[in-house]
Design a protein around this ligand. Structure first.
Ligand code: SF4
Length: 338
């Protein structure tokens, strides 16, 4: 068996250094990047893999990932981030990948004490154990603070050339990046929307009021302003053209066939998507929100005599309705409270 390992590569500095440490010892590296529906777009794993000269495989979460977001066994961090459960899930995927590519062990750039959740000393043991990797999981940046793993005991890697870094300071890591001649030193970022307070409020709202929500509803959380009408109904209003297009696209998804789409007919304004039962009251609320976020005075194509109209499409029909505002819509606050 060749001396090959799988390294989880997020694109951050820690995982890049973990790869360099393995390469320096002559260990062959297969990089694995794990994406979730909540991974932000500034994922630099592709560039990092190129800089490091390693082959990169990207895997996505499956449907069961939402179970751990809804009910994490080891709890949430400051936001809706179930980091310990999420890392266990990632390392389970890494273990499967390790077996597929004939690697001997898995490596991660985790540093003891660097993050309040998931990188506490105790969390390291929980993650290694529950992922099934146990001592096939090597953390080279903090290895000397941890019991020797199988790769170290077997001599597949030299423990003497591993590190004893702990805590939040990046000083030593940046010094190592220079020593290893890394061309780009990424700034620290979780790259995960679940850690963001505003996004987390929308996630918790969905978990509480739509416990069976699926990925398309979670995907929608990063689009537009979200207003809750009642326990079963909410309205999403686009903030820019790309979001209006995404709301129109979502409305056409087969699994979103209970949504209602509202678009200005003869004036400029945003698109709105109603999720839930399109009762007359809920539709009035959605119409009023769309009207509130429009600016008739700046609309060029509204004839002076024409009343502003909204095109309303449900699963069964398309019709036009009059635009109007209401006190409830004027007073409405988004779920994210922005
Ligand atoms: S920050 Fe997000 S992606 Fe990273 S471990 Fe936590 S939940 Fe998972």
């Amino acid at each position: 068996m060749s001396n090959r390992c799988v390294v989880l590569l997020s694109g951050g500095l820690d995982s890049m250094l973990a790869i360099r440490i393995m390469q320096r010892q002559g260990v062959e590296v297969e990089a694995l990047n794990f994406k979730t529906a909540f991974t932000c777009c500034q994922d630099d794993s592709g560039r990092a893999a190129r800089d490091l000269g390693v082959r990169l495989t990207v895997v996505s979460q499956e449907d069961d990932y939402l179970d751990l977001v809804r009910k994490p066994r080891f709890g949430y961090g400051k936001g809706a981030n179930p980091c310990v459960d999420c890392r266990i899930y990632m390392f389970e995927k890494a273990k499967q990948f390790m077996e597929q590519v004939g690697a001997r062990f898995v490596v991660s750039g985790e540093v003891v004490g660097q993050r309040p959740m998931s990188q506490k000393r105790r969390d390291f043991d929980i993650i290694a154990h529950h992922s099934g990797l146990d001592d096939l999981l090597l953390r080279p940046l903090s290895a000397k603070m941890l019991p020797p793993t199988l790769p170290e005991r077997e001599g597949w890697v030299d423990r003497e050339q591993l590190y004893d870094i702990c805590g939040r300071s990046r000083k030593k890591l940046i010094a190592m990046a220079k020593e290893f001649d890394l061309p780009n030193i990424p700034s620290p970022s979780t790259g995960c929307a679940l850690t963001e307070p505003k996004f987390s409020r929308k996630v918790f709202d969905l978990i509480e009021l739509a416990p069976t929500a699926t990925f398309w509803e979670y995907d929608l959380l990063s689009v537009g302003r979200h207003y809750r009408f009642d326990k079963h109904t909410k309205v999403v209003v686009g903030r820019k053209e790309s979001e209006n297009i995404q709301l129109q696209y979502t409305h056409r998804l087969p699994e979103a066939n209970s949504t209602a789409l509202l678009m200005p007919d003869n004036f400029a304004g945003p698109t709105a998507l109603l999720l839930g039962e399109p009762t007359p009251q809920a539709l009035d609320y959605a119409i009023a929100l769309l009207t509130r976020h429009s600016n008739f005075e700046e609309t060029a194509d509204l004839e002076e005599s024409a009343a502003p109209q909204i095109r309303l499409s449900t699963h069964d029909e398309t019709r036009t309705v009059a635009a109007c505002v209401s006190e409830a819509a004027l007073a409405a606050k988004t779920i994210a409270a922005d």
